[in-house]
Design a protein around this ligand. Structure first.
Ligand code: R5P
Length: 300
């Protein structure tokens, strides 16, 4: 590992540094200046010649700036002679734009995958990317880490649950909820959500497939953004007489104000991973990411 360094990008300073500690390698400082017009400029004051560089940058809001900073770091590593560059993008923005929903739309995820290819990416790590469709646009060796075992372990150790049901707020999330429920030895339920592609409005089928009366709920989603999906789900579950409601997600995209608002809507606790640094990011991904990196590095 002597020739390996981690570059914790501006969006992932803590997580990147923690990954470097797990790997027992140096973390290289990436300085960021943001100009008054919004442009980013990065500065890396280290010799990267013949180094294997691990660039850690989660692409949460401001998504475009964080993406561009990631590409700047990849470009820098290539230009200054790195022998290998491995991007770690814990939250992969744009993965929800994985297909054409309305005529005239464009598959942005495909373009993003091509940009990584352009910068010579051979291996990339992400965490619970939104869909397998999004994954399919990458031609490199992509490791899509599942955080379900870590989130389930957290729930087992920290939530006091009576006859829990793991709920996915939409059918797309059912495989994740099934994995999570399997680890917890709990039942699971998929809600039927529909989003109007023009207005963004969410509707959900009020009729549930199982009885949830007095049973505690863990709502599990890959991401919480506006919070609209969770609020609608909580409403329906409460109307059906459930017990306590906990929310777990991989990526907490919402800002702190929205997280506080969500908490006050009858939710006992919200917990996410630290793919995005938020007050609810209690599940640490660093050792799992470091484990995946070690296996990639041992092959190269
Ligand atoms: C949708 O398919 C995702 O899995 C999430 O349910 C959704 O993106 C959450 O967004 P919001 O919090 O804005 O409803």
């Amino acid at each position: 590992m002597k020739d390996v360094v981690v570059l914790p990008g501006p969006s992932s300073i803590e997580l990147g540094s923690s990954i470097a500690s797990c790997l027992n390698v140096d973390a290289v400082e990436v300085e960021l200046r943001t100009f008054s017009d919004g442009e980013s400029k990065i500065r890396i004051n280290a010799n990267l010649l013949d180094k294997k560089c691990i660039v850690v940058q989660s692409t949460y809001p401001p998504v475009d700036s964080h993406f561009l900073q990631a590409l700047m770091m990849l470009s820098y590593c290539n230009d200054f002679g790195a022998s290998e560059v491995i991007p770690v993008i814990p939250y992969m923005g744009y993965a929800r734009q994985d297909r054409v929903f309305l005529e005239g739309e464009f598959v942005t995820m495909s373009m993003i995958a091509k940009l990584f290819e352009y910068f010579g990416t051979r291996s990339l790590i992400t965490v619970d990317i939104h869909s397998t469709k999004a994954l399919s646009y990458f031609n490199c060796d992509i490791s899509n880490i599942s955080s379900m075992p870590l989130l389930a372990k957290y729930a087992i150790n920290n939530f006091s649950l009576t006859e829990p049901i793991i709920v996915s707020p939409d059918l797309g999330g059912v495989p994740r909820a099934k994995e999570f429920a399997g680890i917890m030895n709990a039942s699971f339920l998929g809600l039927r959500k529909n989003r109007d592609r023009f207005t963004g409005n969410i509707t959900m089928d009020e009729k549930l497939d199982i009885t949830i009366k007095n049973r505690d709920i863990v709502i599990l989603d890959d991401m919480v953004s506006s919070g609209g999906t969770i609020l609608r789900a909580v409403d329906i579950l409460k109307n059906n007489g459930c017990g306590k409601v906990f929310v777990m997600c991989v990526h907490a995209l919402s800002d702190e104000k929205s997280i506080t608002l969500l908490k006050s809507s009858g939710i006992n606790e919200i917990v996410s991973t630290n793919s995005i640094p938020r007050s609810c990011s209690k599940v640490d991904l660093s050792s799992e990411i470091a484990r995946t990196l070690s296996s990639i590095l041992s092959r190269s």
